[in-house]
Design a protein around this ligand. Structure first.
Ligand SMILES: *Cc1c(COP(=O)(O)O)cnc(C)c1O
Length: 436
């Protein structure tokens, strides 16, 4: 498929702006020479990401600086333990990288302690539970049908196997968390921990209310801020750190860092959290990823990132309004975050069919459960397209393209070119010679 040459970048971005990415592919010459099969796959995937509209709420485009740290010789280093207390020699420099990542995370989120070693958001949750709970303890978390994550008690996950979960949900009339019900369930089940956080809730959790309910029953409060932590970094969402005993997060969603996890907590829990990560649930830290997290935290502390985070929310609100005008039923009537969930049954469509029609047009998003409904809905987010430099006018176009694709206009591939042109006008990475 041919790609329209980029046009929007020179007109819209300057080298100083964070989405004017460049040169992610330095160093790939060697890969191309040695293993063209895998190299072609990498370039094909880069082209796929560049040609379509990436609306998966959990995805983003990380910077070439982060990618450079990930592809560096730090990947060679074994570093079990923590800075100054490693089980391996030669850790002087990676110790500095980890200390920098920890210091930057603490400063960015106002946390007393940070652990930047979890390999993923799920690993962070595993360690948080291991630090605070014993197997068989009761945990109150968001019901999976209402937006809870696998680690919030799914029977297919360690959490559902090793702990006894009770689930709270959202109100049928408003789509908002029912705090009276959370309190009633807490008093009924006396959980050892309460988890707030979700994969699809488009509003901010009321962290103060959760804290009060947790205190009322003597439970720990774990905030699973995997999605909003990037908005928190940019000052575009409330910070759970002052309220929760432990905050778990990912570094690769709105935060725009490398794929990985992080835990923030108060000093008094620092030892338990650190031991729960290593040696209890993980071995050697991935120092290339730890260094890349430091780079991402450095980027996230800039005014440009704060502007980005606020634009992500503005874009999500604009897109939600256009999707509603296109006949989708937007959960809670809109969003306060990067994330939108919508019911497409008003268009007489199943969510899976809707996702297929959108995919055929080059618009990539997820299907998710809808609270109180048997049918599934669509979940999308604006973190990636905002990194590309798109703003409200582009959200209006995306909303109309989504509407057209859902009505079947793209079934003959008719929308594919228009989507590629729009996406191609906002490139994040410079093309690699001979590719894209
Ligand atoms: C993404 C997410 C996770 C897990 O992150 P992984 O890195 O995929 O393990 C955990 N909890 C919530 C709420 C999430 O959105």
């Amino acid at each position: 498929m041919s790609v329209t040459p980029p046009t929007g970048r020179a007109a819209r971005a300057t080298a100083q702006e964070p989405y004017a990415y460049d040169g992610w592919s330095h160093g790939l010459d060697a890969l191309q020479r040695q293993d063209p099969e895998i190299a072609d796959l990498l370039f094909g995937e880069a082209r796929r990401q560049a040609d379509g509209l990436q609306l998966i709420a959990a995805e983003n485009f990380t910077s070439p600086a982060v990618l450079a740290a990930l592809g560096s010789p730090l990947a060679n280093k074994y570093a079990e333990g923590y800075p100054g207390a490693r089980h391996h020699g030669g850790c002087e420099l990676v110790d500095l990288a980890e200390r920098t990542a920890v210091d930057r995370a603490k400063a960015l989120f106002g946390a007393e302690h940070a652990n930047v070693q979890p390999h993923s958001g799920s690993s962070a949750m595993l360690a948080a539970y291991a630090a605070l709970l014993r197997p068989g303890d009761t945990v109150l978390a968001m019901d999976l049908r209402h937006g809870g994550h696998l680690t919030h008690g799914s029977p297919a996950n360690f959490s559902g196997r090793w702990y006894d979960f009770a689930g709270y949900g959202v109100r049928r009339d408003t789509g908002l968390i029912d705090y009276d019900r959370v309190q009633a369930l807490a008093r009924e089940h006396r959980p050892a921990a309460i988890v707030c956080g979700s994969i699809s809730y488009p509003r901010h959790p009321d962290y103060a209310a959760f804290r009060e309910i947790a205190d009322d029953v003597g439970a720990h409060l774990i905030a699973d801020a995997a999605h909003p932590i990037g908005l928190v970094a940019g000052g575009a969402a409330p910070n759970p750190v002052p309220y929760a005993d432990v905050v778990c997060a990912t570094t690769h969603k709105v935060l725009r860092g490398p794929r990985g996890g992080m835990i923030l907590c108060r000093e008094e829990l620092a030892g338990r959290i650190d031991r729960a990560v290593f040696p209890f649930t993980q071995g050697g830290a991935q120092m290339h990823s730890v260094a890349a997290k430091a780079v991402a935290f450095g980027e996230a502390a800039t005014p440009a990132f704060a502007a980005y985070a606020h634009q992500v929310v503005a874009n999500a609100r604009a897109l939600a309004a256009v999707l509603a005008a296109e006949g989708l039923s937007v959960t809670t009537g809109g969003t306060d975050t990067h994330l939108i969930t919508a019911d497409v049954s008003g268009l007489a469509l199943e969510a899976a069919t809707a996702r297929g029609r959108l995919a055929a047009a080059g618009i990539v998003l997820d299907v998710c459960g809808l609270p109180h409904e048997a049918a599934h809905g669509l979940r999308l987010g604006t973190a990636a397209v905002t990194t590309q430099g798109m703003r409200e006018p582009e959200m209006a176009r995306i909303g109309m393209l989504v509407g057209a694709a859902l009505r079947g206009a793209g079934r003959d591939g008719g929308l594919r070119g228009e989507v590629a042109r729009l996406a191609g006008s906002f490139p994040v990475y410079a093309p690699y010679p001979g590719h894209m």
